[in-house]
Design a protein around this ligand. Structure first.
Ligand code: PLP
Length: 234
């Protein structure tokens, strides 16, 4: 009903995993947003971001299958392979296809597209994703155990999918200060308030911890350093 009040005719959504809060769209809300789109003749742009990296259950199918006539599905290899590939895709209703211009028609090159097609057809992409999902799931477990040990009681959310977690801070500690303290201990974390649309938007004091690019061998030490940074503010 909030969407209906806006009068909008399109919405950009990330049902598989939201950045930065990390929520995955609940089943009831998946149905509700499709009902809204049908009722208002609206288009949904589904950014299928992090869909391959779901840990608490099997990966959830894209919403696009529920209403292919009004959902544009977009995805890329940025998370599953590497951002440098610059390879992505859009699946859209034929009514829109003529009207959508590709932002960069020079990339990816035909050779890269052919290589990706061969990679998919051989089953190698699927095998790579299965192995990567296992690796990230294990790293996530080690990270959560280290947080429970070093920073007991602090809430960790947004971890159902993807490669980041949101860590709530103890009362009285501001996220900006905690991120600066972590940097003094050589740990780079983001302050959740950086992602606010406006300063008046409500937020809790939290840190965004990315673990996609964190070496397995350094997880424990990184969390110990982060904890030392946070304790230095108490
Ligand atoms: C919400 C969201 N969607 C998609 C992506 C991937 O973007 P791209 O495919 O342009 O690299 C990101 C990057 O991490 C993201 O945060």
């Amino acid at each position: 009903s909030a969407a209906a009040r806006t009068g909008a005719r399109a919405a950009l959504i990330t049902p598989a995993h939201q950045f930065p809060l990390g929520a995955a769209l609940a089943p009831g809300r998946r149905d509700a947003i499709v009902r809204w789109a049908r009722a208002h003749d609206a288009v949904l742009i589904e950014d299928d971001y992090d869909a391959e990296f779901r840990y608490d259950r099997r990966p959830v199918a894209a919403l696009q299958g529920l209403a292919p006539e009004r959902i544009v599905l977009i995805g890329s290899l940025s998370k599953s392979m590497a951002p440098g590939f610059g390879l992505g895709w859009a699946v859209m209703p034929s009514s829109l296809r003529e009207r959508v211009r590709l932002a960069d028609t020079a990339r990816p090159s035909t050779i890269e597209q052919a290589a990706l097609a061969a990679f998919i057809e051989s089953g190698d992409l699927e095998r790579h994703l299965r192995a990567a999902r296992g690796r990230f799931r294990r790293r996530r477990t080690v990270l959560l155990e280290a947080i429970a040990r070093e920073l007991p009681g602090l809430p960790v959310t947004g971890i159902a999918a993807g490669m980041h977690a949101v860590l709530g801070l103890p009362p009285g500690i501001r996220a900006t200060d905690a991120a600066a303290a972590a940097a003094r201990y050589d740990v780079a974390v983001s302050d959740l308030t950086r992602y606010r649309v406006s300063a008046s938007a409500g937020t809790t004091e939290s840190l965004v911890l990315g673990y996609g690019n964190l070496s397995d061998a350094l997880v424990d030490e990184s969390v110990a350093r982060l904890a030392a940074g946070i304790r230095s503010l108490a």
